[in-house]
Design a protein around this ligand. Structure first.
Ligand code: 13P
Length: 252
């Protein structure tokens, strides 16, 4: 059975106090209301990871980072290593979000190194992929997403690959209010799974969790999560409201 996951990507939002308030609300609601076996993950800014992690200890909610560096330690001013994240109880790391690819020039090659570093430390990478609107309109979206997967993940051993979570986030749906239709999302998720099967075999591909991200909200989560190849969501805007995030979590 594939793991169901709903991860909130807070992006660059919330001070420490605001983050703690949001996380306590989410944790309380998850404890009281969530009866399914979906894993909730809060991917907070670095400054809140430790405190939110402490708050979430012993609860069903896990904590994740939104990025990390691939090097272990040293003269890399401003960067955070995976062992630092591990030392404060972080379990997940979002890698390759389109905002990091666009604003911080992260390449598939750099992301391959980051994925390897995260896996080596025993954390779970949530690897993001997704096309622009122009690529979709040209009909090259499937090839583009497949190349992101090939270049950043296909160097992994089967053993390591099995620990990776994938998030398909069409760039044109991120923060725009335009969600991919369930048909568009399901089609891409199926293509991704087929591509994974071509490298790691059908059994491994069938066990890989593939999340959808891009304007996922309480009113569309249910139809998206009902699709055969969609195993949850990576949630931006709606993860900043506890009620919305938990309603999405309950949408399976
Ligand atoms: P929105 O849910 O705000 O569209 O953001 C999606 C996203 O980028 C999650 O990583």
């Amino acid at each position: 059975m594939r793991k169901k996951i709903v991860a909130g990507n807070w992006k660059m939002n919330k001070t420490l106090d605001e983050g703690l308030a949001l996380a306590s609300e989410v944790i309380a609601m998850v404890k009281a209301e969530v009866k399914n076996n979906a894993q909730a993950v809060l991917c907070t800014p670095f400054i809140s990871l430790y405190s939110v992690g402490k708050l979430a200890e012993g609860s069903p909610v896990a904590v994740g980072a939104q990025n990390c560096y691939d090097k272990e330690s040293g003269a890399y001013t401003g960067e955070i290593s995976v062992s630092m994240l591990k030392s404060i109880g972080t379990k997940y790391v979002i890698l390759g979000h389109s905002e990091r690819r666009e604003y911080f020039a992260e390449t598939n090659a750099l992301l391959a190194a980051k994925v390897t570093a995260v896996l080596k430390a025993g954390l779970t990478p949530i690897f993001c992929c997704g096309e622009t609107l122009a690529q979709r309109e040209k009909g090259i979206h499937i090839d583009f997403v497949n190349s992101q997967l090939t270049e950043s993940l296909f160097l992994l051993s089967e053993e390591d690959f099995k620990k990776v979570v994938i998030a398909y986030e069409p760039i044109w749906a991120i923060g725009t209010g335009v969600t991919a239709s369930k048909e568009q999302a399901q089609e891409m998720h199926e293509k991704i799974r087929t591509h994974l099967a071509s490298k790691y075999g059908k059994a491994v591909a069938e066990e890989t969790s593939i999340l959808y991200g891009g304007s996922c909200k309480p009113d569309n989560a249910q139809e998206l999560f009902a699709c055969k190849d969609i195993d949850g969501g990576l949630i931006g805007g709606a993860s900043l409201k506890a009620r919305d995030f938990v309603d999405i979590l309950k949408s399976f």
